[in-house]
Design a protein. Structure first.
Length: 170
């Protein structure tokens, strides 16, 4: 039976919740019958926090890859197929905000204006909207009158998620 190395980012500052979400997502997309080569196999093994101080996602990926390459014996158990997953706190990673479009007389000029109004006071320092916001909102054909949005962002200089990595059966 072979093995696969994996690195996966999961948003959310709570490590336990992020781990459970990453495992559940992998099981949904890759199955849970064993030997997927993903974090789906690691539900029972849990995780070890390698670094709780948030670093940029690129740096977290490099740290995880170095451990997976066997260059840090301190974390050898992460290299075991049945061992725990490594976890590194990430800042600036992608995340989504679920926001309400504020009511204003006459509505917002367009979706961009509605996104700006809905995220005012919500985004962290350095955080910016990336991609298209989506959700359920009302218009009068042009102006956005209200509703809710899911707004994708990145770049926040706060703890945004976790980089999980390990070795799994394939």
């Amino acid at each position: 039976m072979g093995a696969s190395k994996f690195l996966i980012y999961q948003d959310g500052a709570d490590a336990d919740k992020a781990f459970c979400t990453a495992v559940a997502d992998a099981q949904l997309w890759r199955g849970s019958g064993g030997n997927t080569g993903t974090i789906a196999e690691k539900a029972a093994a849990g995780f070890l926090v390698v670094s709780a101080d948030p670093v940029a996602q690129e740096q977290a990926e490099k740290m995880g890859a170095a451990i997976l390459d066997g260059r840090d014996e301190q974390w050898a158990e992460i290299l075991e197929k049945d061992g725990p997953v490594g976890a590194i706190a990430v800042k600036g990673g992608p995340r989504e905000h679920h926001v309400r479009i504020p009511d204003v007389p006459g509505g917002h000029a367009d979706l961009d204006a509605a996104v700006a109004a809905a995220t005012a006071g919500v985004l962290a320092v350095g955080e910016r909207v990336v991609g298209e916001a989506f959700g359920s909102y009302r218009t009068d054909g042009v102006r956005v009158l209200g509703g809710t949005l899911i707004v994708p962002t990145e770049g926040a200089q706060v703890h945004t998620g976790w980089e999980f990595f390990g070795v799994s059966r394939r």
